[in-house]
Design a binder for this molecule. Structure first.
Ligand SMILES: C[S@@+](CC[C@H](N)C(=O)[O-])C[C@H]1O[C@@H](n2cnc3c(N)ncnc32)[C@H](O)[C@@H]1O
Length: 258
């Protein structure tokens, strides 16, 4: 069970396997009643429903429930198309892997900070008279490029190969900020005034331990949307963007806090 919690992709595969098996048994058992296009549609819907039910039973986050429902339908539609070339799927798989490689391992996919949040981060740095900024898991580097400048020095670390390559190239081209191909957990936080994280609920306890050990007194950890469990933020900034972004701001006490 622990392995399914750690790697939800395995739980999703299990849900689809159980659903496919149930759908296959139903199709065989009810072949005299369920035939033709209506029959296969009903079997397909049964498969979706079972996949959704198993995914919910395994208590996966809600987006996995949507994937569980959509996957059999997408597969069914793809199989309907004659002479579909295989290479676009291969290319899509490789591209997705190069961007989303941290999803299975770290349970952190790629989603991007919006412009209002970057503006808020700049204001936060001005207000706190901070100059050094680090984005942990910098994605396509928009935050790093947006924060860097006017006396602020911004860096980002990213391990997903394609995201790193794109953001590294854009930073070099625009001369704004620095992107390193480096793991969050290998990155030293001791010199930073503001450390920004837009990750997921999963790594927050470990991130808090790391930040508490390494960040200097008075430095600030900002988490976009995801709270550190059982730790009261010093401030919460609620932005008026469409996403209603919440910036949870933790002022660090220094190494004795860990
Ligand atoms: C939700 S995205 C945020 C991207 C960017 N910070 C932004 O706000 O636009 C999280 C990023 O963290 C990266 N990531 C996850 N785990 C990581 C790790 N251990 N080391 C480096 N990057 C990681 C992912 O590849 C992804 O690009």
């Amino acid at each position: 069970m622990a392995v399914l919690t750690r790697f939800p992709i395995l739980a999703a595969a299990l849900a689809q396997t159980v659903a496919a098996a149930v759908a296959a048994v139903a199709a065989i058992a009810l072949r005299d009643i369920l035939h033709g296009a209506v029959g296969s549609t009903i079997i397909l819907l049964v498969q979706c429903a079972i996949a959704v039910a198993v995914t919910m039973l395994l208590r996966l986050p809600v987006w996995w429930v949507w994937i569980a429902a959509g996957f059999p339908i997408a597969l069914h539609l793809a199989l309907q198309v004659d002479h579909l070339p295989a290479w676009p799927f291969g290319v899509a798989f490789v591209l997705l892997f190069l961007v989303f490689s941290n999803t299975a391992k770290e349970r952190v996919p790629l989603y991007l900070t919006n412009r209002s949040t970057v503006t808020a981060l700049r204001s936060l740095m001005e207000e706190k008279k901070a100059t050094r900024f680090l984005d942990l898991g910098s994605g396509l580097g928009d935050v790093v490029r947006g924060v860097h400048g006017d006396g602020r020095v911004a860096r980002g670390v990213e391990t997903a190969p394609l995201s790193w390559l794109i953001s590294w190239g854009l930073s070099k081209l625009q001369g704004r900020g620095t992107i390193l191909r480096q793991d969050i957990w290998q990155t030293d936080l001791s010199g930073e005034d503001v450390v920004y994280a837009f990750l997921s609920p999963e790594p927050m306890p470990r991130l808090w331990q790391k930040a508490s050990r390494e960040m200097k007194a008075g430095a600030i950890l900002v988490s976009n949307s995801f709270a550190v469990p059982d730790v009261e933020p010093t401030e919460v900034w609620e932005l008026s963007d469409r996403r209603k972004t919440r910036l949870l701001i933790y002022r660090m006490a220094g190494s004795h806090e860990a």
